[in-house]
Design a protein around this ligand. Structure first.
Ligand code: PMP
Length: 410
């Protein structure tokens, strides 16, 4: 019989700090919006219950990571279905042992070719890809320079590495330079940054980062989770967005759950680095590999992105249209340059009010509040997808305008 008081579990200041993040998530529960499903064939909408009596209704979906619009694509589904019949739902093993099939190898070759690197490794999530990479390549003797707004999985990977971490101000190259200058050339250094920042929708300054990495003798790692299938030629990500810079970046990590409509993650770079990560990282050795139907869905998605540059062009046009129209209405879209378009509200209560009214007006969006972002930067985050029609974007813009005026935000 359990005799300890169960609240003992929660009497932990670290846990309480972590739970702080969920205070506002809990408030989003009170918005009474429970997204249920995206309908196959119409990925621009979401079925959600927006009141307490569980009446479902269809909302225009401005909160999905489906940037490329390939979620629900019939060719992608057919590829997964075919593999499902051939390979079943699980590999029943880890990558290092029986969990590697011919298709896992094909996927890694394809990702490397698509991104312009020598090799790549596939993981079961983007989160794993980051923690595996950072905890394997970086050690307690190293110094890491990490952008203040980097994703949680980067912070966790760095913690596991045991290295000294120096944060630099978000996208502030002068501050990074100042930090780098304090260490001798022989000190092993790493610069780690998101490619596309998931809350602000801006892009890291890759050309300057490459210059600084070369000048100060540092390795450069970028996390392109929100960049693949979202920016660059055919959705190749940040290095492609700035030209063809992949060969100047040591490691690119990313996710298959956003612009690529599946699940999983990748690490791409030199063959030497990839082999190290494969054979010395926990998730590759001790965690089950991606199911083959998922691998097939990813392969088909990359094939589609590669052969149809018009998908990325359409996404760029729709994103620019949406962002510019909101800016003309005097909304503050911060420094967004990607399909992630934040609308800065500042006040937390007002942010929730705005989100609730948008839901009632048939538009699904997510609030992003403190402590996920700083206390005076509470915002609505929208994500643009090629699946959205201009008519749907116009409907959303009209709702933003009406509610923005009603709440005296514009
Ligand atoms: N990096 C960034 C920047 C992300 O935003 C995310 C997911 N939100 C991840 C990594 C983790 O990716 P995944 O969902 O595939 O685990």
């Amino acid at each position: 019989m359990l005799t300890r008081n169960r609240s003992f579990l929660y009497e932990n200041s670290f846990l309480r700090k972590k739970l702080g993040l969920y205070n506002w998530l809990h408030k989003t529960d009170n918005l009474k919006v429970a997204p249920r499903t995206c309908k196959i064939g119409d990925n621009a909408t979401v079925i959600a219950s927006i009141d307490n009596n569980s009446n479902n209704r269809e909302l225009i979906h401005l909160g999905s990571y489906n940037y490329s619009g390939l979620s629900g694509n019939h060719e992608v589904i057919a590829a997964a279905q075919e593999s499902l019949n051939d390979y079943g739902t699980s590999t029943s093993g880890v990558r290092l042992l029986n969990g590697t099939t011919d298709l896992h190898i094909q996927l890694e070759d394809k990702v490397a070719e698509f991104l312009g690197t020598e090799a790549s490794a596939a993981f079961s999530s983007g989160y794993d890809a980051n923690t595996a990479t950072l905890s394997t390549l970086i050690s307690p003797e190293d110094i890491v320079f990490s952008d203040q707004l980097n994703h949680k999985s980067i912070n966790e990977g760095l913690q596991l590495s045991g290295a000294v971490v120096k944060r630099y101000k978000h996208n502030d190259m002068e501050h990074l330079k100042f930090r780098l200058q304090s260490y001798p050339r022989e000190q092993r250094k790493f610069i780690v940054t998101d490619g596309v920042f998931s809350m602000d929708g801006d892009i890291c300054k890759l050309p300057q980062l490459i210059d600084l990495a070369e000048t100060y003798h540092a390795f450069l790692i970028i996390d392109d989770a929100h960049a693949i299938g979202s920016i660059g030629t055919c959705g190749r990500g940040t290095a492609s967005y700035y030209g063809d810079l992949a060969s100047h970046v040591d490691i690119i990590t990313g996710s298959f759950s956003k612009g690529i409509p599946a699940i999983g993650g990748y690490v791409a770079g030199s063959l030497e680095a990839i082999n190290l990560i494969k054979y010395a990282s926990g998730p590759f050795i001790f965690s089950a590999s991606l199911p083959v139907p998922i691998v097939s869905a990813i392969l088909k998605s990359i094939e589609i992105l590669e052969s149809r540059p018009e998908i990325q062009e359409d996404l760029n046009r729709k994103t620019n249209y949406f962002r510019q129209t909101l800016q003309q209405l005097s909304f503050d879209t911060m420094n967004s340059e990607t399909p992630i378009v934040p609308i800065l509200i500042k006040d937390q209560q007002l942010t929730f009010e705005f989100v609730k009214l948008l839901h009632l007006n048939g538009i699904f969006v997510n609030p992003v509040c403190y402590p996920a972002v700083s206390a005076n930067a509470n915002r609505i985050r929208t994500n643009i997808s090629t699946a959205l029609s201009y008519q749907q974007l116009d409907t959303a813009i009209s709702a933003f305008e009406k509610i923005g005026k009603q709440l005296k935000i514009i």
